[in-house]
Design a protein around this ligand. Structure first.
Ligand code: ADP
Ligand code: MG
Length: 248
């Protein structure tokens, strides 16, 4: 496998808080990679820097060897890095299809029909089990379904890699299971994922490989089985917390 996303030595401070400090990791093309770590370890800041919502103080981000560092959110998205947010951003009064069409506004006219035609939009909604709700307003969706819609809005842009920030947070266990299935299926179709998630059972079951952050840097990287038993990781979580959400 080759590296799709390379994050090298990122640093970022907010006043006196060093949110990222020598943060480095890579995501292989075709992977479902996880990024975990205690609260405040810098996961969301890493996502913000990678996707151009925050400017790093130092370090670089490469996508397929191409410099992404310093690009704004629109440019990063056009280069092929999509993301969802911890808090969903869909329009409640618009239907699901209309929400998709809002996203087409910035797309060149020539590609608009190809990317946002009815048929493709319905296929996209179908890929997360929402096709039957295409004409319902987004406000009628459950919180979890809104998160799935947000994933669809990102998918529509045909990203090479999608960064998901706590996709399972606040959604019911049945939908969490389905979400895992959708991510796996989309991955088979060629989408690479980088997932930040607190639900350890979910992240360990879903990801091929996991990077662990502590105080702004990646302290361990490996397969879920390795990560589970890595003393540095257990230390970072002060023991115990890694088992959160596990059936006992
Ligand atoms: P995580 O997502 O792993 O919980 P964050 O990246 O949100 O961690 O936060 C890392 C650290 O940076 C925390 O100490 C947090 O309080 C701080 N931080 C994040 N964003 C900001 C900001 N915009 N202004 C000030 N401090 C911030
Ligand atoms: Mg966060």
């Amino acid at each position: 496998m080759t590296a799709l996303l390379e994050v090298g030595d990122l640093s970022k401070s907010f006043g006196g808080v060093q949110a990222l400090s020598g943060c480095s990791f890579t995501v292989d093309d075709g992977a479902i990679a996880g990024l975990i770590g205690p609260n405040g370890s810098g996961k969301t800041t890493a996502f913000n820097v990678i996707t151009g919502y925050e400017r790093a103080d130092g370090g670089r981000v490469l996508l397929r060897g191409r410099e992404v560092t310093g690009s704004g959110p629109d440019r990063v998205c056009a280069l092929g890095i999509g993301r969802t947010f911890q808090i969903t951003r869909v329009f409640g009064r618009l239907t699901l299809l209309e929400n998709l069409r809002v996203g087409s506004a910035g797309v060149p006219r020539a590609r608009r029909r190809e990317l946002y035609g009815d048929r493709r939009c319905l296929e996209l909604l179908d890929s997360v089990g929402l096709a039957s709700l295409a004409h319902a307003t987004a406000g009628a969706l459950s919180y979890g379904q809104r998160k799935l819609l947000e994933l669809v809005l990102v998918l529509a842009q045909e990203p090479r890699i999608i960064l998901l920030d706590e996709p399972a947070g606040g959604i019911n266990p049945t939908l969490v299971n389905q979400l895992g299935g959708y991510i796996r299926e989309l991955n088979k179709q060629g989408v690479t994922f980088l997932v930040v998630e607190h639900d350890m059972e979910f992240v360990m079951g879903l990801c091929d490989v996991i990077s662990v952050m502590e105080r702004g840097a990646v302290i361990a990287h490996g397969a879920p089985e390795q990560i589970r038993t890595d003393p540095r990781v257990l230390d970072a979580y002060l023991g115990g917390a890694l088992d959160e959400g596990e059936p006992s």
